[in-house]
Write a protein that binds this ligand. Structure first.
Ligand SMILES: Cc1cc2nc3c(=O)[nH]c(=O)nc-3n(C[C@H](O)[C@H](O)[C@H](O)COP(=O)(O)O)c2cc1C
Length: 374
């Protein structure tokens, strides 16, 4: 399903190859391009624009294009009115740069730009849980500066001679930033839900690394850290995993999967001994449990829920959704992943950008679950 961002006056959707024609017209129009420093237009051919679009369209599903461009449509007529894009995504700072232009001269001055920018910013903030949005404009473009200021952007820097225009003249550039009030973890959790419908958008390595790191830092009984994390991006392997999870095919659209693996720990290191301490009334039965069977149902297995939960939260911080999967054949998954007998796949976590904004599922009211001892 294609992304469609709807405003009062505009609709925004990702560029398609057919848009190359109208973009070429806009980019070659000196009057439109004057405000960005090209009074004679770019002098570009439709073939060149198409090639550029082709590259971006392929990349956006498989990799990370430098820039993601979208078309602004006039909501009333459905006709292209301009372009809006984001680039320079910074995963650590959780920020992006954006650019906007109403390319169709007859559509200027109707408030389409403001409408489009607002809904686009909301979309980016929500989807990637960004902290800020940056942009830059020629210092002399006072109209644009006012427009951005009205929307809450503040000047962060003015750099003299930052850009050399096609005629070799140095131009001053203003950098502006819009910040979003930070949202508490609980507020974010209020919107969380298990995501099983994923957008065709990969998740950057930087984010995956952070998710894994959150798991590595998890607490564990006796600090055993009796786990391993199997990161799966290989499509064929994902198919086998979904098939083995009793055909939960929704997993196939995920960006990646992490299988949480439990290492069976020896009794004296906390394995069966912990259970004996917790349930002394079952001492004999616990002692007599076959080790292989015990290894599969012991408490250690539950410990991986903790790194898994931290991973889920780390993902959420970047707008990446997830779902747990416990419903699978453990023995078969162990074989699929080529794990030794002592390493048991205990949980599957499935990650990706949600196709639709997350919305919390119904939760029990606090009064029904809280026991107070005061
Ligand atoms: C340990 C665990 C195992 C789960 N296993 C599955 C599963 O196999 N398949 C699935 O679609 N959802 C699975 N879920 C997701 C639950 O169905 C979901 O968390 C629950 O319905 C509450 O919805 P929410 O996560 O949107 O709040 C699992 C969740 C947990 C915590």
């Amino acid at each position: 399903m294609e992304i469609m961002i709807k405003g009062k006056k505009t609709i925004i959707r990702p560029i398609a190859l057919e848009d190359a024609e109208v973009f070429t017209k806009w980019w070659n129009n000196g009057e439109v391009m004057n405000s960005v420093g090209y009074p004679d237009g770019l002098g570009i051919t439709e073939k060149e624009v198409r090639k550029d679009f082709e590259k971006e369209i392929t990349e956006r599903e498989q990799g990370f294009p430098n820039q993601r461009r979208f078309v602004i449509l006039n909501r009333e007529t459905g006709q292209p009115a301009g372009e809006i894009s984001f680039s320079k995504r910074d995963y650590k700072k959780r920020s992006v740069n954006i650019g906007i232009k109403i390319g169709e001269p007859s559509e200027q001055g109707k408030g389409l730009g403001k409408d489009a920018l607002q809904i686009f910013m909301n979309y980016l903030y929500e989807r990637y849980n960004l902290r800020s949005i940056q942009l830059d404009t020629l210092a002399e473009n006072l109209e644009a500066r006012r427009f951005y200021k009205d929307l809450g952007f503040e000047i962060t820097e003015k750099v003299s001679g930052y850009w050399t225009d096609p005629e070799g003249k140095e131009r001053d550039v203003i950098f502006m930033e819009h910040r979003r009030a930070s949202e508490s973890l609980v507020k974010r959790l209020e919107k969380r839900c298990s995501v099983r419908d994923f957008a065709k958008e990969p998740v950057a390595e930087e984010i995956i690394d952070e998710i894994l790191e959150a798991g590595r830092l998890a607490p564990s009984g006796g600090n055993e850290q009796s786990w391993k994390f199997a990161l799966v991006k290989n499509r064929k392997l994902m198919e086998k995993i979904a098939d083995n999870a009793y055909n939960q095919v929704w997993m196939l659209d995920a960006a990646f999967i992490i299988v949480l693996v439990t290492n069976i720990v020896p009794d004296e290191k906390g394995g069966r001994d912990v259970q004996l301490a917790r349930y002394p009334e079952f001492e004999e039965r616990i002692e007599n449990l076959d080790l292989h069977f015990y290894g599969r149902i012991n408490q250690e297995e539950h410990q991986t829920k903790i790194p898994g939960t931290l991973m889920m939260l780390a993902a959420l911080e970047h707008g990446v959704g997830s779902s747990w999967v416990s419903y699978f054949n453990v023995n078969k998954l162990q074989k699929i992943l080529g794990l030794p007998q002592s390493e048991i796949p205990s949980e599957i976590l499935v990650f990706g950008y949600p196709q639709r904004p997350m919305k919390s599922t119904v939760k029990k009211p606090m009064e029904s679950i809280l026991l107070r001892y005061e």
